[in-house]
Design a protein around this ligand. Structure first.
Ligand SMILES: [Zn+2]
Length: 400
């Protein structure tokens, strides 16, 4: 069945809703998004049944799902993780590395390339937007649930091999590490979204990083510096941290894990009001426990990763700290909508157009705009996923 559009739903645009709307596409590209209008007979149109028609979600920061971690580094594991998130509305995904040795990181990037090729061969389109080179360039004291022993400073002989793959689109490094500025410059040359994460950086280090091209901070409030942490590190006078730098510098974007377990409602509201919907992204930071029963799992590579347990709501490390999320982007969208004053266009923008813009993919996907790839979701009124289209092809439909 080759559908060519969706009718009878509220269309979610980045800045407004269109009730009684429709979207149409041709050869995988959107040709219309707006109020319902007459179309030529014979078109096969999906009925949104009074629900919502939304752009496919874009996830910049995600580790796996359905039992697979992207660091398992086989095409099969990557495909499994992508398919799991597709069922939760993610049509553009950035498989994210953990801290690990160079051989495993290269294997992971190769596996993502193989999976992207397989997806294109089978369906004409790939959901993989690129790799997020996240670990290993973390500050050891901010390693979180990542293997601390594998944290290290960036060296060009190592990171240039990752960049040469052409697949890295998001690149993270802690700003205080020696070599960070060189890493940021190299990542900017490759047109990556350049980000600082798992870091105890001071204001001064952030300013140097910003000059070298850093424009984003991973999961705000999680594994990042604060005024007290900088005071502990550098003494008095107290100095600004990553938090103040992101809040004060308009060009900086960041992301929140809105699963209801990492951040309280007032912090979600604070982040939204301070940065606005064009600088705040929703990410899942989801691990392999997505859609799996509660129990014990490994964060990162199946053999060499870190153990954690899932209680069915969130991942927990052995010390009791959080070990990343276990829910999909559809959950983040519902949570953000229920817990903040952000309207639906803003909430969906933070899960689609804003991350697409930050990763430089906004001409291709991220909103329902003529000319873009037909990455389209049909949601019910409770914002649950009913249908998922990638490049105009129906890739998932919910059971009922
Ligand atoms: Zn993290």
């Amino acid at each position: 069945m080759s559908l060519t559009g969706v009718i009878n739903g509220t269309v979610i645009l980045p800045d407004r809703l269109i009730s009684s709307g429709m979207v149409l596409w041709e050869s995988g590209r959107l040709s219309y998004a707006g109020p319902e209008r007459r179309v030529r007979r014979g078109l096969q149109l999906e009925d949104a049944a009074g629900g919502y028609i939304a752009p496919g979600y874009v996830d910049l920061h995600v580790h796996g799902g359905a039992g697979a971690d992207f660091m398992d580094s086989t095409a099969d594991a990557v495909m499994r993780g992508c398919a799991a998130h597709l069922r939760h509305g993610t049509t553009t995904i950035f498989p994210t590395t953990t801290t690990a040795g160079p051989a495993l990181l290269l294997e992971m990037i190769d596996a993502c390339r193989a999976a992207a090729d397989l997806q294109k061969r089978n369906d004409g389109f790939s959901t993989i937007g690129g790799v997020h080179l996240y670990g290993p360039y973390f500050a050891a004291e901010k390693s979180g649930c990542h293997d601390r022993a594998a944290c290290r400073a960036p060296e060009s002989v190592e990171f240039e091999r990752y960049f040469q793959s052409g697949l890295v689109r998001v690149a993270t490094c802690a700003a205080e590490l020696p070599g960070a500025v060189e890493f940021y410059r190299a990542a900017r040359r490759r047109r990556c979204l350049v980000t600082c994460g798992h870091s105890n950086a001071s204001w001064t280090e952030m300013r140097l990083a910003f000059r070298a091209g850093m424009r984003h901070v991973d999961h705000f409030w999680c594994a990042m510096s604060s005024v007290p942490s900088i005071r502990q590190r550098l003494g008095t006078p107290m100095q600004g941290s990553m938090a103040e730098f992101v809040l004060m510098e308009r060009e900086m974007s960041t992301e929140v894990i809105a699963d209801g377990c990492h951040l309280s409602p007032e912090l979600l509201e604070f982040a939204y009001r301070m940065k606005g919907p064009d600088r705040l992204c929703l990410v899942t930071d989801c691990n392999r426990a997505l859609d799996m029963p509660p129990g014990d799992y490994i964060f990162g590579h199946q053999q060499s990763g870190t153990p954690f347990s899932s209680d069915g709501k969130v991942g927990r490390a052995s010390g009791g700290g959080l070990a990343s999320a276990i829910v999909g982007m559809d959950h983040m969208v519902r949570q953000m909508h229920a817990n903040t004053t952000a309207g639906l266009p803003a909430v969906v923008r933070m899960a689609s157009l804003t991350p697409a813009e930050r990763a430089g993919l906004q001409r291709k996907t991220g909103s329902l705009e003529a000319g873009k790839q037909a990455d389209v979701l049909v949601l019910n009124r409770r914002l649950q996923i009913r249908r998922v289209f990638v490049g105009g092809r129906l890739m998932h439909q919910s059971a009922d």
